[in-house]
Design a protein around this ligand. Structure first.
Ligand code: FNR
Length: 379
């Protein structure tokens, strides 16, 4: 309605309302290194393409005459009621897109009432992001540091800063082969000190011979050596369960057996995700993994979804396939790059307005009534 009303005075939205056009605009307007970091994916992009294909192959079958006059997008997620089935995915080093980086994105999430998931690899320390958000819903994403003292310190800091849910990303024991970053010698990762949470961490600093500003190279080497740990196995999750009281969600689950293991390890949820196609090239589209995971653990764990969501109908499809809520990554990073906090808010509002219309026009008054039978697979 706001767009229609503004339109009567001749004003059109500042950014495109179709998020694929927003991406084109970002590629056109933003510095190549920044947009390459966000848009890039593993190998030649086969998995990112598979994410789109898996969503596009499924089609909604609209139903009629089902009273959709009163609608409600709210969902129950991990014991809290969220106003809509949407969260901002953890995206590292956002200062490369905008000087206000994570703070602008977090403020946008807070203003629109969707959870903000802060990356371990943020360019802003978690305490600063937390204080920019008031008491709005925030979750912390952990790249599980090799040094258990640093891991514990991260959990303590996140708890003290009001982050309520721990999201543990499992699909990045190392960074994948990402040509657009490799061709830039991984310089994007140094932008805005992507290691802010590390360099400000007392346990991290305790392991350095000299303070960070006196020997930054040693600090970078310590960070690179510990940011994630490829030796971890399922029993190690007991450490996180012991040191985190709130819900724990495992991000990057694609196989039903891994989802089963998550349930058996005392976890609260999983995020079906292939990191937006940025880790394993040639892997399945994330939406193709969703039905199997939902069937295996949907009654025991909260199942969330990301990778490839670009529209309200994509969200409806993911919910129909068994997700309780979805996350978006690149779309809000482009919004941030193009128009700061307002750009992120634009992306959130477009998606939720389109979701509301898609549900209504398909005969659904709330996300809860969606099921796999609302989709057909098109071959
Ligand atoms: C990511 N993603 C990510 N995930 C994570 O757990 N920690 C992180 O620090 C990052 N960093 C990051 C940077 C950039 C530039 C992108 C695009 C993505 C993955 C992210 O959380 C999410 O899984 C995907 O972005 C979802 O796919 P779409 O929405 O980008 O298609």
């Amino acid at each position: 309605y706001e767009i229609y009303l503004n339109g009567m005075t001749g004003a059109t939205p500042r950014l495109p309302t179709d998020l694929t056009r927003l991406e084109e605009l970002a590629e056109h307007r933003l510095p190549p290194r920044a947009v390459g970091y966000v848009a890039g994916s593993a190998g030649s992009g086969t998995t990112a393409a598979a994410n789109r294909e898996a969503l596009d192959r499924r089609r909604i079958v609209p139903r009629m005459l089902r009273d959709v006059s009163e609608r409600d997008l709210s969902v129950e997620v991990l014991g809290r009621t969220l106003p809509a089935p949407l969260a901002l995915a953890p995206v590292g080093v956002l200062s490369i897109m905008h000087p206000e980086g994570e703070k602008a994105a977090a403020r946008a999430a807070a203003a629109q009432g969707v959870p903000y998931i802060l990356s371990s690899a943020s360019s802003t320390p978690m305490e600063e992001v937390a204080s920019a958000m008031g008491d709005a819903e925030r979750w912390f994403q952990l790249y599980w540091p090799k040094d258990p003292e640093v891991a514990r310190s991260f959990l303590d800091r996140a708890k003290a800063s009001g982050f309520s849910v721990l999201v543990v990303t499992l699909d990045t024991p190392m960074l994948a082969w990402r040509p657009r970053d490799l061709d830039e010698a991984y310089l994007p990762f140094l932008h805005g000190v992507g290691t802010a949470n590390y360099f400000t961490d007392p346990a991290f600093q305790a392991g350095l011979a000299k303070p960070v500003n006196e020997d930054p190279n040693a600090a970078v080497m310590r960070f690179v050596g510990m940011f994630s740990d490829p030796a971890k196995t399922w029993p190690d999750l007991a450490f996180l369960r012991e040191h985190w009281d709130g819900p724990i969600v495992l991000k990057g689950i694609l196989h039903p057996d891994d989802a089963q293991q998550a349930a058996e390890s005392g976890m609260d949820g999983v995020i079906v995700s292939n990191h937006g196609g940025r880790q394993v090239a040639g892997s399945i589209g994330a939406a193709d993994a969703l039905p199997g995971v939902a069937e295996a653990v949907g009654d025991r764990l909260t199942v969330l979804f990301d990778s490839g969501i670009r529209s309200g109908d994509d969200i409806a499809k993911a919910l129909a396939l068994g997700a309780r809520s979805v996350l978006i990554g690149r779309p809000y990073a482009y919004g941030l790059g193009l128009d700061g906090q307002a750009g992120v808010e634009h992306v959130i509002r477009c998606l939720l307005a389109e979701l509301d219309l898609t549900l209504a026009l398909s005969g659904h008054a709330s996300p809860a009534s969606l099921s796999p039978s609302d989709l057909i697979e098109h071959h």
